[in-house]
Design a protein around this ligand. Structure first.
Ligand SMILES: [Zn+2]
Length: 333
């Protein structure tokens, strides 16, 4: 092993609504693993598995990572199995298991992404934790929906994932439209890159679609190929997304749902030959493109990320749930 195991590592959990902090000894890295000192741990869909940091120890086969700043993707697939060979990283049965929120984590080196200057000089390192999943999941959905220049890309939900989706869709040359019932979130989505915004509560899906087509045509947008990114992972949002493509188009449904089942117009989907795809955690191979969007200034992280201390884990989760925190909380040392 290269490097030393750090002293004073701590792990954080939420018990009875409070953050509980415990000392632990990080696992020494195996040959192809590294130990990361966490600089930012995002409290998104998978707290503890969305980190950036610096490699402070490594196994013999991962020595070239020593001292590097790295982004650790949410899903770390084995890279060898049948599902991995088919590009289905999030379904890999041998993917690395991830720990709780902690100051250090031992992970396989295979899918790490180096974030060295001048590759990533524009933002503070901790903010890049947003790319491990919060921005990567909608990016994966946009790739799976094949969002192309000129498309009308309707994003259901103006939360963090929806706003990242809008910014990425714009960067890809599409015209992003946000559907959300909350006027404050619609405003934030417009600032993040959405070109149109509609009140999801006031309009049913056909009325919203008609209104968007009118706005798009008035704005000189010719292509009316509809791509829908469902970013709420709720039954209501998914129902809306499926209704929006009942006359044709493509809908990508983000994973991490709450288990509730939406009613869907499957006749409409069948007759219009619409495409519906699922989108779980993003494949790590797509992350360099996401970093490039940040470096080019097309995906600013500062407006969507806020730092909290590790001891603020409970407040971060409760704050997001209650709507007090509208951005992506990232825990920092
Ligand atoms: Zn695999």
């Amino acid at each position: 092993m290269l490097g030393d195991l750090p002293a004073g590592s701590r792990r954080f959990t939420v018990e009875n609504g409070r953050t509980v902090e415990r000392a632990f000894d990080p696992r020494p890295p195996a040959a192809a693993e590294v130990l990361v000192k966490v600089a930012g741990s995002a409290v998104g869909a998978a707290p503890g598995a969305e980190i950036v940091g610096t490699v402070v120890a490594s196994g013999a086969a991962a020595a070239e990572w020593m001292g590097r700043r790295v982004l650790v993707p949410r899903v770390l697939p084995c890279g060898e199995c049948d599902r991995c060979r088919r590009g289905r990283a999030s379904a890999c049965p041998s993917r690395a298991s991830r720990g709780a929120v902690a100051t250090h984590e031992t992970v396989p080196a295979r899918y790490l992404l180096a974030l060295e200057p001048p590759l990533a000089p524009t933002e503070e390192l901790w903010r890049f934790a947003a790319l491990a999943d919060a921005a990567a999941a909608p990016y994966g959905a946009i790739v799976r929906a094949q969002v192309a220049p000129g498309d009308l890309c309707i994003v259901v939900g103006g939360g963090v994932r929806g706003r990242f989706a809008a910014a990425i869709a714009r960067a890809k040359g599409a015209h992003a439209a946000i559907l959300d019932g909350d006027p404050a979130l619609r405003e934030r989505a417009l600032a993040a890159g959405a070109r149109f915004a509609l009140d999801a509560e006031a309009l049913d899906a056909p009325a919203a679609l008609a209104s968007l087509h009118r706005q798009a045509q008035a704005a000189g947008v010719d292509s009316l190929e509809v791509k829908v990114i469902e970013a709420t992972s709720t039954a209501a949002g998914r129902r809306r997304a499926l209704l929006l493509v009942a006359d044709g188009g493509t809908a990508a449904l983000l994973a991490d749902g709450d288990g509730s089942a939406p009613q869907a117009d499957l006749d409409g989907i069948a007759e219009s030959e619409a495409v519906v795809v699922g989108a779980a955690a993003c494949h790590p191979d797509l992350l360099p493109e996401l970093v490039a969007l940040v470096v080019r200034g097309e995906l600013p992280l500062a407006p969507e990320t806020l730092a909290l201390p590790f001891s603020g884990l409970a407040e971060a989760i409760a704050g997001v749930r209650a709507g007090r925190i509208r951005g992506l909380p990232i825990l920092v040392p």
